[in-house]
Design a protein around this ligand. Structure first.
Ligand code: GLA
Length: 382
């Protein structure tokens, strides 16, 4: 009798555990209040977790990733993306920490382009080398608007789906653009970003994720020791205004060659005209994979913690920016200032200024077409 009772209790415990974990896997992340913008629009934060101890928090303002905690080789977690603690800090001033940038990520020369012969003008919100250009979507790009957020799930992954409709003429861009960006965090340690967009008029579009990484943990100093490999044998050199010259230049024999592993700091201070223009690395690499299917673009290794990151994308380009504009004036979420080169971005994208560069892959989306793009950040430690 005792044995039967014991077996029954054990069976019930197993049943309870099974139900509980099944429920956890199916649980849709819920939006929690995260403050309000100046005009009173509520902002929500969604928390995604996986079975391996990774946690990603993202908010509806700018679809910004607020934090991303991953374990190091000893299982110790740290937040590996730069950012702030509060919404007010993001609203005040941010160099696009964690945000989705667009409608056109990166630069358009002089903020001008033509589509089907018609001229369009954008605000020029950036002047590298004294040369005005439009950067990252304009004065109020996708990083500064409130998106609609919705928790989603699928087998082995939790997600948040962000939607934003950018009106015809917004920031000078033609056509009403309906955009969906979904962040998935899976039990196999992938943060997947899926983009979907449609338009009712032909428009350039180049959306990307602008997280600043430091695999030592944010606020833990510079990123110069991170070792990178890129699947890219060419890059797009720029002029002093950081606008591509149109050339696809082989990286071989230059400090831009990451076809084999190199630390960021190894050649970043080389005497090189391109390095001078960028103030370090701030360039677009031409990925070897130009097929539009998902392929490995970059691998990152941080030797002190053992953390690794692989970046896979369907996009043809990768902007590697090593935090050259960080100067210690911004204080991060753990109360420490972000100094020069304390974070780096790997922005999967089409090439900068493509609307003015007929030889680059097109960025024009037309009515009836659907833009589909995917980037995966895969984390590990060894
Ligand atoms: C991108 C650009 C950089 C800089 C940062 C934001 O990476 O290429 O030049 O504007 O965004 O500070």
């Amino acid at each position: 009798m005792k044995l039967i009772a014991y077996c029954l209790t054990a069976a019930m415990t197993i049943a309870t555990i099974t139900t509980a974990s099944a429920a956890a896997a199916a649980a849709k992340p819920k939006g929690e209040p995260f403050g309000k913008t100046a005009d009173g629009t509520p902002v929500e934060v969604f928390t995604l977790t996986n079975a391996k101890g990774i946690k990603l928090r993202a908010m509806t303002y700018g679809a910004i990733v607020l934090s991303l905690e991953t374990p190091d080789r000893n299982g110790k977690s740290a937040d590996i993306v730069l950012g702030y603690r509060t919404l007010a800090d993001y609203i005040k001033s941010t160099p696009y920490f964690g945000a989705i940038v667009g409608r056109y990520g990166n630069r358009i020369a002089q903020g001008k382009f033509k589509v089907d012969g018609k001229q369009h003008s954008l605000a020029t919100n950036n002047t590298p080398g004294g040369m005005p250009c439009a950067l990252h979507g304009g004065l109020k790009g996708f990083d500064k608007v409130v998106w609609q957020g919705e928790g989603v799930t699928q087998a082995g992954a939790q997600g948040v789906r962000f939607r934003y409709v950018s009106k015809d003429g917004e920031e000078g861009y033609p056509g009403t653009l309906a955009l969906t960006v979904t962040y998935w965090l899976s039990d196999n340690n992938e943060w997947r970003v899926d983009y979907l967009a449609t338009t009712d008029k032909a428009t350039p579009i180049n959306v990307t994720q602008h997280s600043y990484f430091n695999l030592k943990g944010e606020g833990n100093g510079d990123i110069l020791g991170h070792e990178l490999t890129f699947k890219a044998s060419k890059f797009t050199p720029v002029n002093a205004g950081l606008i591509p010259t149109g050339e696809l230049r082989p990286v071989k024999g230059t400090p831009f060659d990451f076809t084999s592993k190199h630390a960021i700091g190894e050649r970043v201070n080389s005497v090189d005209e391109q390095m001078k223009f960028g103030g370090g690395y701030d360039h677009n690499w031409v990925l070897d994979n130009q097929t539009g299917s998902l392929a490995l673009a970059a691998t990152v290794y941080e030797p002190t913690t053992g953390r690794t990151m692989e970046v896979l994308t369907t996009e043809p380009g990768l902007q590697f920016y090593c935090g050259n504009f960080l100067d210690g004036k911004l204080t991060g979420k753990s109360g420490r200032p972000y100094e020069f080169r304390n974070g780096f971005c790997l922005e999967t994208q089409h090439y900068p200024d493509s609307p003015n560069q007929p030889s680059f892959p097109t960025t024009i989306l037309r009515p009836g077409q659907t833009l589909k793009s995917t980037t995966v950040f895969r984390f590990g430690a060894n």
